[in-house]
Design a protein around this ligand. Structure first.
Ligand SMILES: [Zn+2]
Length: 151
């Protein structure tokens, strides 16, 4: 049972950490643009190959667009050719929550921001990408804000 274990996710809802950034639906609606709101707060998915970070290789940190928490680093981003920004690991295990999502007739694992519980995307495993984890965090660009590294 390590960071990358998927088993045990079934009962994770009861133990997942509480959001530390909590806003009402009206507050989120006022803060986010309609596309951001639909993905982050309504678990929507942006159309593939349309997001601004799909092919981005800029060095930096990707933050949650809803609460600004640090979520992913550019050095774990890889070219998956799936149409969405893909990472093989979050910046830290506690920066995201993974929750089993059985909607749409299939079992997927949803990825949420641990700080504000906004929807980020899904994580898939065992797809055979040549990454250290064999995981693909498939994240909507609209959920992220890239902070380029300044040296
Ligand atoms: Zn957040």
């Amino acid at each position: 049972m390590g960071l990358f274990s998927r088993s045990g996710s079934e009962d994770s809802t009861a133990t997942e950490p509480a959001a530390t950034v909590v806003k009402t639906d009206d507050e989120w609606r006022a803060q986010l643009n309609p596309a951001e709101y639909q993905v982050l707060r309504k678990a929507g998915t942006e159309r593939p190959f349309t997001g601004e970070y799909t092919d981005t290789t800029t060095t930096g940190v990707y933050r949650c667009r809803a609460c600004n928490a640090e979520l992913f680093r550019s050095d774990s981003k890889f070219e998956s050719h799936c149409g969405w920004p893909s990472f093989f690991t979050p910046l830290a295990g506690e920066s995201v929550i993974e929750r089993v999502d059985s909607s749409m007739g299939m079992r997927r694992v949803e990825v949420l921001c641990a700080t504000c519980h906004s929807h980020l995307g899904h994580v898939f495993e065992g797809e055979g990408y040549g990454t250290p984890t064999d995981l693909r965090y498939c994240i909507n660009s609209v959920s992220l804000a890239l902070e380029p590294e300044t040296s």
